[in-house]
Design a protein around this ligand. Structure first.
Ligand code: NAP
Length: 331
């Protein structure tokens, strides 16, 4: 559970591990067993204030999305033994409102339903295609490019015929993006020559910037945007693990006007009814080899705090998740 709220960077000491009985589901609830926990930068943002959900407070079970097995559906229509996507929090068993559980028809490895075919893959798909709408030959830049959302954004942009530039950190991540996922170029946001490098990697400017980080990187990408460019506002993770969000002084509103730019935010949960169709298209790309799945699975619920802290520090390559229990036996 979240023992106390962080005032600056998150540390393992902000959490405590408690043992308790398996909960008994109340009216309208179902009992589920957590199989795979999603580790998301948003977990940290939820501690800072209200977002699309109320702020977490000290004493809360640490909230997190997960794939879970239905143990006792209560009076709901959920099938015992089936897999649902829901908020179990960091728990082995959870009593959840049955109406909030989304059944997941298993088509492939369970982990894929939490990565490319799960929330972050859907975020990439809808954010890029609905808001960014890249045309063939346009330049798409994505930050946190080797992460769960970013790697899928870059690969879908490539499938759609765009020129793809990824912003990441280490040489190993950048090599993987270029050599294995088909990114046209990558730059490191840690390099002292980041701005020059990004400008050189985008000789024709930027048409779509898929923003996962906000802050200075967003500000600099704004400078390189072409007329009628689009900024997909997906997240601002550069400020999540900070005492107070830094002031983004240099945003250039005049450029939004003169260049007829679009910046648009979205929450992937708004598209939930369309996930099955998107999942089918992405599964076909995976089967054909056009879309590679990148996953980073850590074993053991007790590892959840360090898994989240490490994600915020950039340890992960692809979608980070924590395995809490074995896959359910297929029903
Ligand atoms: N709008 C929605 O519905 C929605 C849904 C899901 C996620 N999101 C957002 O999408 C973004 C990406 O989430 P994710 O789950 O895919 O995480 P992720 O990219 O798998 O993991 C975070 C990555 O961010 C990079 N990073 C960390 N600090 C950074 C900084 N200060 N500047 C630049 N990069 C930094 C690190 O990679 P490097 O080593 O390359 O720096 C790290 O691996 C987040 O902002 C999240 O809130 C939005």
């Amino acid at each position: 559970m979240l023992d106390r709220l962080p005032e600056s960077a998150l540390e393992p000491s902000h959490f405590t591990h408690r043992h308790g009985p398996v909960p008994t589901p109340g009216p309208g609830e179902a009992l589920v067993r957590t199989v795979l926990l999603s580790v998301d930068p948003a977990n940290r943002a939820w501690m800072n204030g209200p977002t699309y959900r109320p702020q977490l407070v000290a004493g809360d079970v640490m909230a997190a999305y997960a794939l879970a097995e239905v143990v006792d559906p209560g009076k709901s229509a959920l099938a015992p033994g089936s897999v649902v996507f829901c908020d179990t929090g960091w728990q082995e068993y959870a009593a959840i409102p049955a109406a909030t559980a989304m059944p997941v028809p298993i088509q492939t490895a369970l982990t894929h339903h939490l990565s490319t075919l799960g929330l972050t893959g859907m975020t990439a798909y809808f954010g890029l295609l609905e808001i960014g709408a890249p045309a063939p030959g346009e330049t798409v830049v994505v930050s946190a490019a080797a992460g769960a959302t970013g790697n899928v954004v870059g690969q879908i942009a490539r499938i759609k015929g765009a020129r793809v530039v990824g912003i990441s950190s280490s040489d190993a991540k950048r090599r993987m993006l270029e050599d294995e996922l088909g990114f046209d170029a990558t730059v490191s946001h840690r390099s002292p020559t980041f701005k020059e490098d990004l400008a050189a990697a985008c000789p024709d400017g930027i048409d779509v910037y898929f923003d996962n980080v906000g802050g200075d990187i967003l500000n600099f990408c704004m400078r390189l945007l072409n007329e009628r460019g689009r900024v997909v506002c997906c997240g601002g993770l550069s400020s999540y693990d900070q005492p107070a969000p830094p002031v983004d002084a240099a945003m250039v509103p005049l450029k939004i006007v003169t260049h007829r730019l679009r910046m648009e935010g979205f929450i992937v949960l708004d598209y939930m009814s369309e996930w099955p169709a998107a999942g089918a298209e992405m599964a076909a790309w995976i089967d054909s080899g056009e879309l590679r799945v990148l996953e980073d699975v850590i074993d053991g619920l007790e590892q959840a705090p360090t898994a989240l802290i490490g994600l915020l520090a950039g340890e992960n390559l692809g979608k980070r998740m924590v395995r809490v229990g074995p896959d359910p036996v297929p029903v």
